[in-house]
Each structure stands twice: as structure tokens, then as C-alpha cells.
Ligand binder design. Structure first.
Ligand SMILES: Cc1cc2nc3c(=O)[nH]c(=O)nc-3n(C[C@H](O)[C@H](O)[C@H](O)COP(=O)(O)OP(=O)(O)OC[C@H]3O[C@@H](n4cnc5c(N)ncnc54)[C@H](O)[C@@H]3O)c2cc1C
Length: 410
């Protein structure tokens, strides 16, 4: 009898799980359910090339229709899962039907946080989906001035792209530097200088008290220090929440995401989670953490596909071991990060300098390398992978100086 694997969430992690299952030899029924009307597409371009493009962009599909067909999926777009009964192994859908599964993978990602009091105000946007991107582009086309609220990775990127489109931009954040929560003072100051050098006005350590509107359209942002910024467009980039509301009565353990073990297994039998929605064991300490990065979504999907196949009787299960990696493109700078930096880590400059625009900075805990953040040195950063993966003493990484040795022999 044929088996049935159901994947809820037709984004990057859901698609990668399906690809890995097929590549691993799974030939049963494979259902991929997605709320959005679109086939699986890529999100990183939404805040970069697509937002900045002159012409209305096409969907950045992860596979074209021929390559999608090769996966032989029962792809259901425009369909939302509304409930789960793990005992009965059934998922409820918003069309009133139910799907029985042998193995279920949860890949529902995140939803952008918004301020409910600003709902319905014209010119106020979030950016998570392709449709959000089209709506934001339409507003940006007529905007002389944009205000971005939130100077994390996404907000900072949006500010840079809107500036690149020619808008005047103000960037507001409650923290003392952009990207502060992830990468601390030095990287934050580097990104802040980058914005200033491109003419973006920063309001750091500030929050937005209120928005003033004119005929339902945003016209002014008022900050907590009394500053008033005339604006035509507001982008709220203050983080995102895991999409788990539909699982609340399922009994699956939720804690700021779907809690999984090191195999990607949830607390319910035959139910797994991948991608941004998964709260994985924190490699830096107790509890769990959501790693909201593109590469991590594919890495965990590969592990979970292996473990789903093992549960169905093919191959051996395995634990997830990859270190996180992320990048962000701002203006002409690519900032990258290997590992999980903590703002409380000691920072050791390995090479270059933020002033020159090219550097590698180690994040060190108790003398050991936990992460390396770099700008303008993509190949050199990757040569630090072993040091981060094995948490070398920082003295050893400095002695090995893999970035210099390879350069000399190149
Ligand atoms: C604008 C933007 C730029 C980014 N840039 C970078 C970058 O430069 N570098 C980087 O490392 N990472 C970046 N990321 C993060 C990266 O894109 C995510 O980590 C990745 O998309 C996670 O994939 P996912 O499949 O877990 O979630 P998603 O891609 O969000 O997919 C989840 C899907 O599930 C669907 N869904 C939700 N609930 C249900 C339901 N109940 N039923 C059915 N379907 C449901 C959603 O509609 C969505 O389509 C960016 C993200 C965004 C939004």
C-alpha cells in the first residue's frame, strides 16, 4: 500500500523537504499544502533585487513548472491547514476536508509582526511575501520619503534598497545600533556608518509614538523624543512570529515555534518541523532557538527528509549538525555570518577593519570561537568554517589565519 507524506507550508523548507524525499527514493504520495496562491518561491530577493527593480518583477520561483512537475507532487496552493489531530494522523484544511498522513512535516514559516493600531492605514507595509513586495513596490513608486521601523537585518536591507531607488529614508530602532541584537556594537556601527554614508537618517534608541495620517494615508511619523518625520511610506520590520496558531489544540509542544529535537522530530509521533517555524535545540545553551535563515531551512529539511525516510523503513536516522550561516546585502556590501553570534560575546578582529569596508570579526565565548562575521571577504569567511564548527580556541584561529595562507598560495 502506498504511503502518504504531507508537508504543510509550500515555502523554501517545505519544498526542500519534498525534493530531498524524492531524491532519497520516496515514491509514495507527497502532498505539499500552501496558503499562498503561488508555487514555492524564494524570499531573499524580495527585499533586494525585486524591491529595487525598475520593472514589475516575476515571481522568484524556486523551481520552474517543468522542474516542479518532476517532483510528482500533489501541490495544493491557496489551501490552508487549520487543524491537526496527531492521534488520528489527520490534518484539517480550510476547504472543510481532512487529509490522512503517515508522516507529516510542518513548514509554515513566519508571519511579519505588525502594529494592529496601524492596520488599514494606506502607505504602511510589512514585507514577508511576494504579494507584500508588490504592494510595497507600488507605494514606493510614488514615495519621495520612506520611514523604516526596525533596523534588524530585514529593516536595514529594506532601507538600503529603498535608498537605492532614490527615496529619502529614515531608519528608526529602539536599540543603539542596527543589527545590534545579532551582531553587537562593532558590526552595528559599521552598518550605521554605511547607511549614513548613503544619506539615510538614523534614529537609534528611539521608538515610534504615533503615525499621523491625512485622508487615511500616512503623512508623518512621530518619535518618542518628539521628532516628526514627514513621510509617504512606512515599512514595519520589527520581526516575525511563527505560524503555529492552527496547532494550538493539537497537543504538539509549542514554545515560540514548533519545538523539535536534534532530528527535527516534534513531541507528536510522525510529525516533524523544518524551516523558520522550527524551534531547534540552542547550540549556544539551554532551550530552543528559531534560526530564521535561508541556508538553515534547507539544512534542516535535508535532516528531516532523511529521518522521515528512516521512519518509513529506508536508511538510517541522523541528528542535525550543520552550523548556521546567513548573509545580507546592503548597498554594495555583503555581510555574512557563520555560526551563532551573541551580543555578549567577546569580539576579536581577525583581519581587515570596518573602516576599510572589509573585515572578519570572531565572536568568542570563554576563549572559543562561536561565530565569525565578515564583510567584503566572502571566500575568507568560508575558510573559517572548521574553526566555528569545532569551536577552536581563538588563538588557534589567529595562528592558522586561513584567510591569509590561502591568499598566499592562490
Ligand atoms: C524579505 C526577506 C528577505 C530575506 N533575506 C534573507 C537573506 O538575505 N539571507 C538569509 O539567510 N535569509 C533571508 N531570509 C529568510 C529566509 O527567506 C527564510 O529563512 C526562509 O524563507 C524560511 O523558509 P520557510 O519555508 O521556513 O518559511 P517560508 O518561506 O515563510 O514558507 C512558509 C510557507 O508556509 C505557508 N503557510 C503558513 N501557514 C500555513 C498553513 N496553515 N497552511 C498552509 N500553508 C501555510 C506560508 O504562506 C508560506 O508560504 C529572508 C526572508 C524574507 C522574508
Amino acid at each position: 500500500m502506498s504511503t502518504h507524506v504531507v508537508i504543510v507550508g509550500a515555502g523554501l523548507a517545505g519544498l526542500r523537504t519534498a525534493e530531498r524525499l524524492r531524491r532519497g527514493g520516496y515514491d509514495g504520495v507527497l502532498t505539499l499544502i500552501g496558503t499562498e496562491a503561488h508555487p514555492p518561491y524564494d524570499r531573499p530577493p524580495l527585499s533586494k533585487a525585486l524591491l529595487g527593480a525598475e520593472q514589475t518583477p516575476d515571481l522568484p520561483a524556486l523551481r520552474n513548472s517543468d522542474r516542479l512537475a518532476e517532483l510528482d507532487l500533489d501541490l495544493r496552493t491557496g489551501v490552508t491547514a487549520t487543524g491537526l489531530d496527531p492521534r488520528a494522523h489527520r490534518v484539517r484544511l480550510d476547504d472543510g476536508s481532512e487529509l490522512a498522513y503517515d508522516q507529516l512535516v510542518l513548514a509554515t514559516g513566519l508571519t511579519a509582526r505588525a502594529f494592529p493600531q496601524w492596520q488599514g492605514i494606506e502607505g504602511v507595509h510589512v514585507l514577508r511575501s511576494f504579494d507584500d513586495c508588490l504592494a510595497l513596490r507600488a507605494s514606493a513608486a510614488n514615495a519621495r520619503h520612506a520611514t523604516v521601523i526596525g533596523a534588524g537585518v530585514l529593516g536595514s536591507e529594506i532601507a538600503a534598497t529603498l535608498r537605492g531607488r532614490g527615496a529619502e529614508v529614515d531608519l528608526v530602532d529602539a536599540l543603539p545600533q542596527p543589527l545590534h541584537r545579532v551582531a553587537g556594537d562593532e558590526v552595528g556601527a559599521f552598518i550605521a556608518d554605511l547607511h549614513r554614508s548613503h544619506g539615510v537618517s538614523l534614529h537609534l534608541g528611539r521608538t515610534v509614538a504615533e503615525l499621523a495620517t491625512d485622508e487615511g494615508r500616512v503623512r508623518e511619523v512621530r518619535l518618542d523624543d518628539g521628532t516628526r518625520v514627514r513621510t509617504d511610506l512606512v515599512v514595519v520590520a520589527v520581526g516575525a512570529s511563527p505560524v503555529t496558531d492552527w496547532l494550538e489544540s493539537s497537543g504538539v509542544h509549542l514554545d515560540a515555534g514548533v519545538v523539535v529535537d536534534d532530528r527535527g522530530a516534534t513531541s507528536a509521533p510522525d510529525v516533524w518541523a523544518v524551516g523558520d517555524v522550527a524551534a531547534v535545540p540552542n547550540p549556544r545553551g539551554d532551550g530552543t532557538i528559531r534560526i530564521e535563515h535561508w541556508t538553515a531551512a534547507g539544512d534542516l529539511a535535508a535532516t528531516v527528509a532523511t529521518n522521515v525516510l528512516a521512519a518509513l523503513g529506508t536508511g538510517e536516522p541522523r541528528a542535525h549538525a550543520e552550523i548556521p550561516y546567513m548573509w545580507t546585502d546592503q548597498y554594495d556590501v555583503k555581510l555574512q555570518c557563520l555560526g551563532l553570534p551573541c551580543a555578549s560575546d567577546e569580539r576579536v578582529l581577525l583581519t581587515g577593519s570596518p573602516e576599510s569596508g572589509a573585515f572578519l570579526l570572531a565572536f568568542v565565548d570563554d576563549g572559543h570561537v562561536k561565530a565569525v562575521v565578515g564583510a567584503g571577504m566572502p571566500a575568507a569567511l568560508m575558510r573559517c568554517r572548521a574553526a566555528v564548527t569545532k569551536s577552536w580556541p581563538v588563538t588557534e584561529l589567529r595562528e592558522a589565519a586561513p584567510w591569509e595562507r590561502r591568499k598566499a598560495t592562490a
